[in-house]
Design a protein around this ligand. Sequence first.
Ligand SMILES: O=P(O)(O)OC[C@H]1O[C@](O)(COP(=O)(O)O)[C@@H](O)[C@@H]1O
Ligand SMILES: [Mg+2]
Ligand SMILES: [Mg+2]
Length: 309
Amino acid sequence: MGNPGSRSDLDADETSIVTPIIETLADAVPKIRTAFETHRAYEGEENPSGEEMLAADVYADELLESRLGDLDCVGTYASEERADPVDTGEGLSLAVDPLDGSSNLTSNNGVGTIVGIYDAELPATGRDLLGAIYVLYGPTTTAMVATEAGVTEYLVSDGDLDVLTEEVEINDEGAVYGFGGPVPEWSREFRRYAMSIQRRLKRRYGGALVGDVNQVLSYGGVFAYPELETRPEGKLRLQFEANPIAFIVEQAGGESFDGDSSVLETEAERLHQRTPLFVGSEEPMAQLIETLGGRARDPHVTTRDSPWE
Ligand SMILES: O=P(O)(O)OC[C@H]1O[C@](O)(COP(=O)(O)O)[C@@H](O)[C@@H]1O
Ligand SMILES: [Mg+2]
Ligand SMILES: [Mg+2]
């Protein structure tokens, strides 16, 4: 199994760590977009989470494995579509959701790609993230790229990356919310919270995590896929979805929560484990954490020196 390079090399220039990864992703975008037209059927096979895979899920996964796995800085490629990580030598560990919200392809709505860049063997906690990226395939293609140095938004066209927003910062109050899962299966506390939030924020829920979180980063607010009666562990996957999204939102000045504390502190036990996910602006998140009776994130703790280790 590839193990990460020495910490001193990595600490030196973390932002350059993501450069070959985001450039490789940008190069793959045109092919992935074409697959939205040509790979629309269901494969008839299930992924490790028990969901039927779309041909486009498999296509994007194989394309990204071959291209990202080829990079010198990458030692492990893992994805939500395959049971085990692929060892590609020495280097960082990538956890990839090749197509997020892929069920939106049928209805021609937004989908995404998520990449978590871990400086540890998988499964790893969010505190081991060096960077995280999501690509949003909407009317245009954009990418949100986060490192310890901050979050930058890019326009991705023909493999090129143009800066759209140099320093993405989420506003504190917020204007929108998006809550997943059947309302009757929400906890009583979360239902109470939702009732109060609905009085002041606008509903924006499109069924793709990347698209819904991009609403929250653009306008402020809160996204949640909570624990459910029939699914106390929630729906979203910790390594491939929750950790990278929480890292991006926290680096943009927002908060994340797993029902107890920051998602980035969630114990990582299994590669395909799920977790409840709450992310958003300071105010609606403070109200959520108070309502659900959890611990707020200590703003003095950064990714590298978590007191929980
Ligand atoms: O259909 P639901 O229950 O609203 O769930 C939507 C959630 O599931 C997902 O589609 C799961 O992601 P995948 O499409 O990568 O499996 C998220 O993008 C989204 O937030
Ligand atoms: Mg997903
Ligand atoms: Mg997916």
